[in-house]
Design a protein around this ligand. Structure first.
Ligand SMILES: *[C@@H]1O[C@H](CO)[C@@H](O)[C@H](O)[C@H]1NC(C)=O
Length: 293
């Protein structure tokens, strides 16, 4: 029977494999649903998915914090999340939102929001780990109160650069400088994680202020998660959108200006400027010129 010939079966198989990609294109632009996209991984009921999957809250009390992670793993992508941070006296609490791969030589791209006393500014702490090696911290204040409303925090990770955005404004860029011997995360797929935990031993300038447990539980809220990336399954990466804008995303002249403005006005710590910490010389990526535009 010609109908069941090998070549027909083969094209049928191809169609089945490609169909989700063809259909998925439209869907990918929509905000995700926390029930479908995330697993509450720890915190014993302190993490909650609400509003039919459109809202997720994490809470922290003296006994425990809480956290969630994405079901999918990605190799490169653009990840947006709206977050409303712990209000009022949040000193000692850390809300973390990050990408991380598995294993002992993991890659990781971090946003960590360090709480503060009422009316005092949050610190946005960023870091990048490559093969288990971090020490690439940059810290910022924000130009708004991150507890009054939801704001969008994004990672862009493609083969040329990592970008951190706040409400669409770039605050940090780490370029691929492998041609100059600087490591770059490119082989290990990452999951998206978020957590709320107590870090009053370091987050308040070395433990200066302690978490006020009479104000517990502390709560941070998440919504409008959107991941556009290459989904990693069984050691193969499904990249449906070969021409997806995030793959070639870079900063145009206007955005480079915004980045310089944020760094000039709001950056409070930059490891690349901390010569005391690196007496033998600054890390290589701080001194070599980036060859990628
Ligand atoms: C908290 O507020 C103080 C005083 O304004 C500030 O120096 C500090 O950077 C803020 N953030 C943290 C996490 O301590």
């Amino acid at each position: 029977m010609a109908f069941f010939s090998y070549s027909n079966n083969y094209s049928m198989l191809l169609l089945i494999v490609l169909l989700p990609c063809l259909l998925g294109f439209e869907k990918m632009a929509e905000a995700g649903n926390f029930y479908q996209d995330m697993d509450l991984t720890w915190g014993d009921g302190r993490g909650k998915i609400l509003e039919n999957g459109n809202l997720l809250t994490l809470s922290l009390d003296k006994a425990s914090g809480s956290g969630f992670q994405s079901k999918k793993q990605y190799l490169n992508g653009r990840f947006d999340m709206k977050i409303k941070l712990v209000p009022a006296n949040s000193a000692g609490t850390v809300t973390a939102y990050y990408l991380r791969s598995q294993g002992s030589s993991w890659d990781e791209i971090d946003f960590e929001f360090l709480g503060n006393l009422s009316g005092q500014p949050y610190i946005v702490h960023t870091n990048i780990y490559i093969q288990g090696q971090g020490n690439r911290e940059q810290q910022f204040y924000l130009w708004f109160d991150p507890t009054a409303d939801f704001h969008t925090y994004s990672f862009l990770w493609n083969s040329a650069r990592i970008l951190f955005y706040v409400d669409g404004r770039p605050i940090r860029e780490y370029k691929n400088m492998e041609s100059n011997g600087v490591p770059y995360p490119k082989k290990q797929a990452m999951r998206l994680y978020a957590s709320l935990w107590n870090a009053d031993d370091w987050a308040t300038r070395g433990g200066l202020v302690k978490t006020d447990w009479t104000k517990a539980p502390f709560t941070a809220a998440f919504r409008s998660y959107n991941a556009n990336g290459c989904v990693w399954t069984n050691a193969a990466s499904w990249c449906c959108q070969n021409s997806a804008p995030w793959m070639s995303e870079a900063l145009d002249a206007g955005n480079q200006k915004v980045l310089r403005w944020v760094q000039k006005k709001y950056m409070i710590y930059n490891y690349c400027a901390d010569r005391k910490r690196f007496p033998q010389g600054l890390p290589r990526e701080c001194t070599v010129p980036a060859t990628n535009p």
